[in-house]
Design a protein around this ligand. Structure first.
Ligand code: KIV
Ligand code: NA
Length: 271
C-alpha cells in the first residue's frame, strides 16, 4: 500500500512530511521515485499547465484526467486531488459525486478542499463515505476575487483566532491533514500545536509538520513564483537548450542522421 493517512499521522512531529504538486505522469514518476510522501494534483494546474491566470477556470474533468495520469505513474506516494472552484459548496450531492469520482475513476487516495465554515459538514460526510479529506486554510486562492489579491491571512488576532477554530472544526469533522497557506509563522505554529492532524505549510514558516511547494516553482519553470517558494533546479534552461539543439540540428542537416533513418533490413517496431 502506498503512503496512507495513518502513515502521515505517524510521521507528524517526528519527521517532516514532504508534498509536491504534479500534473502529469512523467513528473509524478520523478516526484514519486525521489521519495516525496504526497503528490498533490493541485488546481494550481490552472496557472502551471493550462495557461490561465488563476485557478478558477479548472474543471472537474481536467482535474480527473490529470489525477488519473499522476496516479498511473505513482507507486509509493499518496495522491491527493485538489477539488476545483465550485465543484463543492453548491450542492452536497454534487460535491460528494465530484469528490468520489477522483477516487473511483481517477485512483486518487484523497481529496483537498479549500476550507471554510461551508466545508465542515461536507468534510464529515466525505469522511463518513470513505473519502479522506485534506483541509486548506489561510490563503485560499479560489477566493481571490473576494480577497482582492493573494494576501497573507490571519494577520490580526481576530482572523487568526477564526482560523484556529476552523482548523479544530475540520479536525473534528475528520480531515486527515491541513494545508496552511501564506499565514504568519507564529499562527501556523499555534495551529500545529493545537490540533493533532498533520499540518503542511506553504508560506507558513518552519513549524508545520510538513512543507508543500508547486513543482514548477521547484523546477524553475514558472514565469512568476511567490516569494515563499524556492527554486531547486533550472529545468527551464535545460528545456530551452534541448529545443535549441533540435532546431539547430534540423536547420544544419545534422538531424536526422543515418541512425534515425529507415533501412530495409530492420524490423518495423519503432523501439
Ligand atoms: O493547488 C495547489 O498547488 C495548492 C498548494 C499550493 C497547496 O493548493
Ligand atoms: Na490549490
Amino acid at each position: 500500500m502506498a503512503t496512507t493517512v495513518q502513515d502521515l499521522a505517524e510521521m507528524a512531529g517526528d519527521e517532516e512530511i514532504t508534498m509536491l504538486t504534479a500534473y502529469d505522469a512523467p513528473t509524478a514518476a520523478i516526484v514519486d521515485e525521489t521519495g516525496v510522501d504526497v503528490i498533490l494534483v493541485g488546481d494550481s494546474m490552472g496557472n502551471a499547465v493550462l495557461g490561465h491566470d488563476s485557478t478558477l477556470p479548472v474543471t472537474v474533468e481536467e482535474m480527473q484526467s490529470r489525477t488519473a495520469a499522476v496516479a498511473r505513474a505513482t507507486d509509493d506516494a499518496m495522491v491527493v486531488a485538489d477539488m476545483p472552484f465550485l465543484s463543492y459548496g453548491v450542492d452536497e450531492g454534487e460535491a460528494v459525486e465530484n469528490c468520489g469520482r477522483m477516487l473511483k475513476e481517477a485512483d486518487a487516495n484523497a481529496v483537498k478542499l479549500e476550507s471554510g465554515p461551508h466545508t465542515v459538514d461536507l468534510t464529515e460526510r466525505l469522511v463518513e463515505l470513505g473519502i479522506p479529506v485534506m483541509a486548506h486554510l489561510g490563503l485560499t486562492p479560489q477566493r481571490v476575487n473576494q480577497l482582492g489579491g493573494y494576501f497573507r491571512q490571519g494577520t490580526d488576532e481576530k482572523s487568526a483566532g477564526e482560523m484556529l477554530e476552523l482548523a479544530k472544526s475540520h479536525e473534528e469533522a475528520g480531515a486527515f491533514s491541513l494545508v496552511l497557506e501564506h499565514v504568519p509563522s507564529n499562527v501556523a505554529a499555534q495551529i500545529t500545536e493545537a490540533i493533532d492532524i498533520p499540518t503542511i505549510g506553504i508560506g507558513a514558516g518552519p513549524d508545520t509538520d510538513g512543507q508543500v511547494l508547486v513543482v514548477n516553482d521547484v523546477f524553475g519553470l514558472s514565469d512568476r513564483s511567490p516569494y515563499f517558494s524556492e527554486q531547486f533546479g533550472d529545468v527551464k534552461s535545460e528545456m530551452e537548450r534541448a529545443v535549441a539543439g533540435f532546431r539547430d540540428a534540423v536547420e544544419s542537416g545534422e538531424f536526422p542522421a543515418e541512425d534515425h533513418s529507415y533501412s530495409e533490413d530492420e524490423i518495423d517496431d519503432i523501439y
